[in-house]
Design a protein around this ligand. Sequence first.
Ligand code: XIL
Length: 361
Amino acid sequence: MIPNRRAVIGGALALAACDRTADARVAPSLDSVPGFKHVAPFPVGTCMQVAQIGDPDWVRLAVANCSQVTPEWEMKMEYIVQDDGSFLFDRPDKIAAFARGNGMGLYGTTLVWYAQKPDGFAKLDESRVPFGKAYDNYIAAVVGRYKGAVGWDVVNEAVAEDGNGWRESLWATKLGEFDHMVRAFKVAKEADPDAVLFLNDYNLEYMPRKLDTFQKLVDRLLKAGAPISGIGCQSHLAADLKSGSTDKTLKALARFGLPIHLSELEVSIVRSERKFKSADDAAKAQADVYAEAAQAFRALPTEQQFAFTIWGLRDRDSWLKNENATDTPLPFDDQGQPKLAAAALATTLSGGLYQKASAAL
Ligand code: XIL
């Protein structure tokens, strides 16, 4: 989808026309889908990888739709930390330069994540460097290098899978299950006082217990003086998500009064437990889940709408392809053409009245 003035104006007119009565609700249409960033009143983001910078189709799509980018994996420990403990910044630098060159915000993920414990840390010679010092040094080096980033996932996925307590991790073992989190936020704050610092997690729409533990953790971190300044809700969703779930979740998270990042949205077809009769039916259900997520985000107080980030744009770019190559979780198809999901997003991000695509199923 190439941005053009007609498409944007067309979107705005459609919105004005359907603004009056509930009867005027419009089902998503693929006729003209405006770029998301042109219709949303808050930043819209996507994840990205260095390889995509060399793909002009991806670049066009990203620039047309997004006002910020999140490095999908090349600004994580898995890329930056080398076995000998040194850091490699060539690729994250390229992503930062891409964002700068295209007038986009840069969102960093993720500083501390139980899932990543590179050898440089796991086999650290602590007779030479204390673990805590290496930990602080990593956070300060990365956040400092990309100073000016709009925000960071400082601690990612801290709550246990089943929602009972917190995750075990190398960081928790070495530095304390709670203290390592407080410490990470403090070091990040010092390295870039202006970046919004997030605690980020997933499955909050699906598991009330996890949502509850997550909120209690935020409370406790704030009380301990951790400079958390944002709440991240990943939103890896499936097409059979119960209606109302995102709204309920975001409303619960909004109680802190902090900016909220819907940080990794996608809507999987394959992960859905409901089996759809056809690909068409699945695409409609998927469009509705995207629409609800955008509506829920728009319903947040304006000052808490940090950004709405989709975990990729084209189906073929999705990380879920590794889990199941047949999944089609993103708003654009493999060729970059808008799917029903993209049309649903454009309508709802712009605040238009949305008629469920699956209403007739
Ligand atoms: C994933 C990326 O998509 C992969 O490319 C990478 O190898 C591993 O991480 N939750 C998160 C994201 O917080 O950082 C994950 O991204 C997806 C799940």
